[in-house]
Design a protein around this ligand. Structure first.
Ligand SMILES: Cc1cc2nc3c(=O)[nH]c(=O)nc-3n(C[C@H](O)[C@H](O)[C@H](O)COP(=O)(O)OP(=O)(O)OC[C@H]3O[C@@H](n4cnc5c(N)ncnc54)[C@H](O)[C@@H]3O)c2cc1C
Length: 400
């Protein structure tokens, strides 16, 4: 065995980084090892589709901590190495270099990986399955004014990267099967209004259609579609969702079901092994569901909570994480079950610009979206936790 640690964290994203913070908050002396397969030290992904494109994200905001942090915290770390196996009985992890490390407690913060569509050409070289800082660096260098991009997917990643590319002068075509933008979350009126805003900025929208093949006949990408379109581009970006990285957990015999199954303490059935962030399927206490959340604040807060529990805190995770997005000047924060299939009640101050959206099931508020309304997340959380019966009328002006 190479070395034994009190704590090992696998995955050096936001959840892994926050996991180390959580451990260190309670245990200043324990031996900690952080292992990640990206060459970069832990960073925040949201700027990859937003601030970085506008030159608005300094390194202090991009990275979770300054470079010197890990040494200062006395945290051993290897960035750029794959963890290839876990042995829960022996309490060891193995990396691709053949190192075997012993652990007292282990955090799996392996996140998710972009899905690839099952169609011819999906694995052609140079297609961006956009998620990593290396993707940003490569795409940024290629995205010079006048280049043409096809963005496949109309969800969070597709809509944000399309806006970013448009901002730097790239001619963007978006292709997605839904009738309007971010349709899993936005009610139809809002989704269509934002979609018109994209068109007004010169983004071509090909909605209610889907790619059937990608080819690269002469250096350009050609995307053919179900409805007979042929879209040609210099850049092809695909954002159609992620799948949780559960392979290590599965091979180790840990329970997985749409993520690694954990309890209220973010602990797997193995008492020494925890999971947090995009990969964790956890009991969302305030909603009474077992679910997985793919958002930054969830990764941050769960990572920290898991780290604290690994260091002995024994605190259930009851926090309600929020998420946010920016689409040109339309920015929002949301909390709870923000699902367009629920009944939605809209309370606009300025239609499709500023206001509050409520997502209801059985006349109770399950989720709230605050559109260009800031500092009201705690009011939204209280409304969801309260579980009171509401009507559209009783919600008017409730949060402003
Ligand atoms: C471009 C982009 C923009 C986003 N914008 C927003 C936003 O505006 N708002 C918001 O709320 N959320 C946003 N998100 C989502 C948010 O970034 C994620 O929820 C968050 O990154 C999840 O963090 P994580 O640490 O759980 O997982 P990840 O970020 O996936 O990190 C997991 C890390 O573990 C590594 N890893 C996996 N397997 C292994 C292994 N076997 N060995 C070693 N390392 C391994 C991965 O490579 C990765 O580095 C965005 C995501 C992307 C991609």
């Amino acid at each position: 065995m190479s070395k034994t640690y009190d704590y090992i964290v696998v995955g050096a994203g936001v959840a892994g980084s926050a996991g180390v913070d959580g451990i260190r908050a309670l245990d200043a002396a324990g031996r900690v090892l952080l292992l990640g397969n990206e060459a970069d030290r832990p960073y925040n992904r949201p700027p990859l589709t937003k601030g970085l494109w506008l030159g608005k994200t300094p390194d202090t905001k991009l990275y979770t901590h300054p470079e010197a942090y890990w040494e200062e915290q006395n945290v051993d770390h290897v960035f750029g190495v794959d963890v290839t196996g876990i042995d829960p009985a022996a309490q060891t992890v193995t990396d691709a270099a053949g190192n075997v490390y012993g652990f007292g407690k282990l955090l799996l913060a392996t996140g998710g990986a972009p899905k690839h569509p099952t169609l011819p050409g999906a694995d052609l070289p140079g297609i961006f399955y956009y998620r990593y800082l290396t993707d940003y660096r490569t795409l940024r260098a290629l995205a010079v004014p006048g280049t043409r991009a096809v963005v496949v997917g109309g969800g969070f990643i597709g809509s944000e990267i399309a806006a970013a590319l448009n901002t730097v002068g790239v001619a963007v075509t978006m292709l997605y099967p839904e009738p309007y933008l971010v349709s899993r979350v936005f009610p139809e009126g809002l989704g269509r209004a934002l979609q018109e805003g994209y068109r007004a900025r010169g983004i071509r929208i090909v909605a209610e259609d889907a790619p059937t093949a990608f080819t690269r006949p002469d250096g350009s990408y050609v995307v053919t579609t179900k409805h007979g379109e042929t879209l040609t581009a210099d850049l092809l970006i695909v954002g159609i969702g992620i799948a949780p990285n559960t392979a290590l957990a599965e091979a180790a015999g840990l329970a997985t079901a749409n993520g690694i199954t954990v309890d209220a303490y973010l602990q797997t059935a193995h008492p020494a092994i925890f999971a947090a962030g995009d990969v964790a399927n956890f009991p969302y206490q305030a909603l009474g569901t077992h679910t997985r959340v793919e958002h930054w604040d969830n990764a941050l807060s769960q990572g920290k909570a898991a780290g604290r529990n690994m260091a002995g805190a024994a605190e259930p995770f009851t926090y309600m994480p929020y998420f946010y997005s920016d689409l040109f000047e339309f920015g929002y924060e949301a909390v709870g079950e923000v699902d367009a299939r629920l009944q939605t009640v809209t309370d606009w101050t300025q239609e499709y610009g500023t206001g509050v959206l409520y997502y209801l099931r059985d006349d109770t508020v399950r989720g709230v979206m605050l559109c260009n309304v800031w500092g009201k997340l705690d009011e939204a959380r209280a409304l969801i936790r309260g579980g009171e019966k509401v009507t559209p009328d009783s919600l008017r002006g409730r949060i402003k």
